[in-house]
Design a binder for this molecule. Sequence first.
Ligand code: FAD
Length: 394
Amino acid sequence: MSGREILVAGGGIGGLAAALALARKGRRVRVLEKAAEFGEIGYGIQMGPNVARMLERLGVLESLEPASVFPEALIFADALTNEEISRISLGKAFVARYKFRYFVIHRRDLHGGLLAACKECEEIVLAPSHGLKTFRNENDAVVVTCDNGVEVEGAALIGADGLWSPTRQAVIGDGLPRVAGHYVYRGVVPDEQIVDRSRAGAMTIWGGPDLHMVQYRLQGGAVMNNVATICSRRFRRGGQNPGAADELEEIFAQTHPNVRDNLRYVSRERNWVLHDRDPATNWTSGRVTLLGDAAHPTLQYLAQGAQMAIEDGVVLAEKVAAAGEDYNRAFLAYQRERMNRTARVVLSSRFFGEYIHVAGGARELRNELARARDPENPWEVDWLYKGIEPDGRL
Ligand SMILES: Cc1cc2nc3c(=O)[nH]c(=O)nc-3n(C[C@H](O)[C@H](O)[C@H](O)COP(=O)(O)OP(=O)(O)OC[C@H]3O[C@@H](n4cnc5c(N)ncnc54)[C@H](O)[C@@H]3O)c2cc1C
């Protein structure tokens, strides 16, 4: 253990991964979390081989395995016809190429695995009910004022405080994130409730005009995770109640009955309004930097937001370890390493969102091109799944 504490604002997946990565380098860390408890909401999350590599490096991959499901393929189907258009096989050739498996897991299990590992580290202090309110950069320290009135001093501050990050507002000050006009409904139901079991072993995504549906099993196949997304037409027209449950039904009315039927598995109790931001050119001010959604929030269409946050944490810890007590140098090196990769995720996610949701002749073209894909060669995401250097060099 060495040095003064590094402060991490936010104990989500990104903040905990960063804390763990820093602790693995012998650094002391205090995680300031706004909520009264460290936790995550109860839906699924997809994890590619690029992040499996990082989780192994953090020493948590094996502990996540019992709660993980390893789909045999990623299937893309047309939501209007229910026809399978293309697939990426996740079998032997995939693992031989990327060294790690693709898996899906309950967010609570992923966050819980990181949290358990953090609790085992004497270098990490977890501070719930300590929301970051403001901070000041001093010559050799950062002082955070929390919303409970407590002041905490640290050697540096990492803003892992999510989409609405107050740390970002102080560092970059670029206002609110961009509203995409896409609305997401989710649900996890016991597997026996699922009527159409024809793609049981896969992760399936049905794409259609202004909509898509995702399904995959979690917790050893005991439950099915269901995600329905619409690109709200009301939002585009500036109308009332964009993305409301009746618009979900309206937009899904055009889909094949088996696809439409899946709507019964998503809850109408709440929806998620999707946001992202244009890539920034700086995340750092003095001894303060940003990580995860605070730095580069992205649409969900590559399923990489949390994965990028975990990669960020590992790279950040490498740079801190290499720069000794010079946190500004470490953070500038970290952002140099991470900016283009995360920007590519943000921009490619927008592109994949368009690709999934097209209509008319564009849909015909999309399907024709997708049918010609080689299931053993996912070239579009090769740069992503190959991940960052596997041997400690970053
Ligand atoms: C529908 C949907 C599906 C998705 N699917 C995937 C997927 O399959 N794979 C994937 O990799 N990603 C996916 N994502 C993206 C992923 O959820 C996010 O990118 C990821 O959770 C970001 O993690 P984070 O730790 O940066 O931020 P968050 O998860 O937002 O965590 C931020 C933490 O900071 C805390 N906080 C907030 N303000 C303060 C403050 N002032 N002080 C202290 N603490 C504060 C919050 O309470 C929270 O604990 C999906 C997103 C959506 C919306």
